[in-house]
Structures are given as C-alpha cells and as structure tokens.
Design a protein around this ligand. Structure first.
Ligand SMILES: [Zn+2]
Length: 268
C-alpha cells in the first residue's frame, strides 16, 4: 500500500501549504508551520491514519510519551507537579462542565478513549463515543452500553455520520482536536449532529501559553507526530466560527500560565 505524504494546506482556512512559514519546532520528519493568512499552527505532514487504529494508538503513545518526559526532564516534571499542587489548581471535570450548560439527553465524546470522561454519566445524560483505536473503542462501548449509549470505532467524521442530525445535546472534545487531521470538517460534522441549543466543551494544549515560549521544544503540548494542530484562544475561536459555533471563554479558560486551553462552543 502506497502512503502519500503531501504537505498539508492550512487546516483552518485552507491557504496553500506553500504559503505557511516554518516555526522553530518539529523533528527531522515533521515540521511545525504557521499559516500566513490566519495564524493557525499545524504539522506540515500527517502520519498514515490507519496506524492510529493500532500501533500508534493513544494508549500506547501517551504512556511512552509520559515515561520519556519523566526520564528526559525529571526535575522539570517534578517542578510542574509541585507548582500545580502549591497553586491549588484543581482538576476540572469535563462532564460536570458540560452538564452545567447542556440539556440532559445524549452526549458524545469524540476521541473518547476507554470512556473514562463520561462514566458514570451525569444525571439524565446518555453517553456516546467515537474512538479510532479498536481496543479503546471496544472498552468504551462496553462501558456505555449499560447506560443506554454506545461507542463507534471510526474517525470522527465517519462516526458522526452514523447518528441522526441534531441528535446530541452536548459534546466533549478533550485532548482530541489537536489530533484531528481535518479539524474544521470534523467540527462541521459535529455541528450537524448537534441540537440547536447544544453545548461543546473543548480542552486542547494552549499554543499561546507562556510555557511554550519558555520551554520551546520541551513544552508538554508538543507531541510529534500525534498532535497535528496547535491552537491559541484566537485560532480555536476562528475555526469554531467557520464551523457554525461561537467560542466562549470563562475564568481561567485561557490562562497563559496553563498549558491547556479550555472553551465552551455554542451553536451560532
Ligand atoms: Zn490559515
């Protein structure tokens, strides 16, 4: 089977690959680019998607990534843990945020892994998931069935097409959109699967974070080649807008001292 390694056009605005400028991040194989037209930051090429169903699957790569960081930067990793503890930075629970904004009913997590973010579901919600990794999708499906939901093993756009239009009352995109090969198209597909008053909770590495500027290639948001899009508060809001959403940022959602960017998307 022949794989193509075409340079990517901008995944946000579609500007041609040749017009993007290189940023000083990446590997010998994969380079981080920034679109000259819209500022979106993205990896210049994609690894073959079929690999994600098995050998490059999240459960394999995230374990190796965490272990490697701990080995390469033991003091840095320890310092980050202590800072988090000292600052009393509490862990946000995506499903609670979603339940506080959305009407009870079917909710979907794209890139749901083994389903941990939705189990047990908040009162009145039915958990659904779309997950590309075969083993994780099977685990999530087994976890969701007792609550009346299911998990589909597929890329996002294909998986969303399996549901009626307007079906979901809410969605979680937690550590997903930075992995998506077609983020704008996937958001458009998600919009179609959502009710008009639905709410989406997003979490993704914040490319505008101070840590990225200070640590450069050692920033925890970089993961090559798994993270193929890197968002700032501005580019996340813009890609959401082009897919028919309004991005809203609450207190602490786009804190530049955090490595993570949170947001709530509402249908425009
Ligand atoms: Zn662009």
């Amino acid at each position: 089977m022949t794989e193509t390694f075409d340079k990517r056009d901008c995944p946000l605005c579609g500007a041609p690959a040749a017009s993007a400028r290189p940023l000083p991040y990446g590997t010998s194989e994969f380079h981080v680019m920034q679109c000259a037209a819209c500022d979106q930051v993205f990896l210049d090429r994609l690894p073959p998607q079929h690999e994600f169903a098995d050998e490059r699957a999240w459960e394999v790569s995230s374990v190796s990534h965490a272990a490697q960081r701990k080995r390469d930067y033991p003091i840095l990793v320890a310092a980050q843990r202590m800072t988090r503890w000292r600052m009393h930075i509490t862990k946000r629970e995506p499903k609670k945020i979603l339940a506080s904004h959305a009407r009870p009913g079917p909710m979907v997590e794209i890139g749901c892994g083994g389903g941990v973010n939705l189990i047990p579901p908040p009162e009145g919600f039915v958990p659904y998931g779309i997950e590309i990794s075969k083993s994780l999708a099977a685990a999530a499906d087994a976890a969701f069935r007792p609550f009346g939901g299911q998990c589909i093993q597929a890329p996002a756009i294909e998986g969303l097409a399996a549901f009626p239009r307007g079906f979901f009352h809410g969605a979680l995109l937690i550590g997903y959109i930075e992995h998506e090969f077609l983020p704008r198209e996937a958001l458009v597909a998600l919009r179609g699967a959502l009710a008009d008053d639905a709410v989406v909770v997003v979490k993704t590495p914040n490319f505008a974070s101070l840590n990225r500027r200070v640590m450069g290639m050692r920033w925890s948001g970089f993961r090559f080649p798994d993270h193929v899009n890197y968002f700032t508060p501005a580019t996340l809001a813009e890609i959401a807008r082009r897919a028919g959403f309004r991005a809203q940022y609450g207190w602490g959602d786009r804190n530049p001292t955090s490595d993570s960017l949170w947001g709530v998307l509402r249908t425009a």
